[in-house]
Design a protein around this ligand. Sequence first.
Ligand SMILES: [Zn+2]
Length: 336
Amino acid sequence: MLAAAMTAPERIEPRTFELPLAEAFVIVTLDGVRWREIFEGTDADLAAPAEVPRKSAAALMPTLSRWMTADGASIGAPGRAEISASGPNFVSLPGYFEIFSGRSPSACQSNSCGDIAEATLFDDVDAQYSGEPVAVVSSWEAIAHAASGNPASHMLLSTGRVRSRGLPAAWLAEASNANPWPGGGEYRPDALTGPIALRVLQAAQPKAMFIGLGDTDEYAHHGDYAGYLRALESADAFLSRLETTLAAMGERGARTAVFVTCDHGRSSGFKDHGGAWAESARVWLVAHGSGIGARGAVDAGRPVRLADIAATARELIGASPDTDARAGRPIEALLP
Ligand SMILES: [Zn+2]
């Protein structure tokens, strides 16, 4: 008789705690991208005059499409409960305030409302997990106003071409003198923002990371549908590199959840967005990675708002919920 067969079966200890669904999260925003292209591909009415070929969503954005079907879930697909920016002025900074604070309505109702005056999701993660970095990297410089309500914050930050904190100057040097097109002022094109973001992700392995791409909205304001579509395809290529980067980060990468969303939608005429165009409230959300099931187009069973993303991210990593009356609610349909 083998000794092993003689021993009593190993006693299985009851679990005294449950692991959080994820260890870390990344929120990626694609500024001003409409739900139409995300779920339906190129718009026939705009594609013909712009002389661009019709493409399905899967052909236009293969990585994001896979994340919203076989490798994740989406909120806001046609025929499902919608997700909206709370507005009522559907412009960028109010949208980013809602995403970062996880609260609505927001006191910020323009792109010149200054610094956020309350602790953000990223401030709370920074405070609750001391020693674990949080990071914000974006093409649009003004996202710095939404990222942190803590004037003494030491979050890693690089927004636009010149605003930064805590990152090696050599990483930012090439982009600092770049042509801001398709944006202006301190804007940094996505092609330069993306590599910096991935470098920060790999080197710092942040507990919470925000990556803001913006070329889509810039091209849309120029009325350039072909440019908007090229920016979307580039954004999808960035998501593919993000996936590769996370895969190279071992257990930490495997235990990271990713959200992809936007700050506002667009007018039915495509070029504009804001309070005058109620339809520009409608946005979309794709979730992928640790803790997110492969559920495809999910019906949340209630109207979802951008503020709910922060509440969902808190629940995924096991952070304390925000008990403020304006706080969003976790999107249960995305969670196990
Ligand atoms: Zn815009």
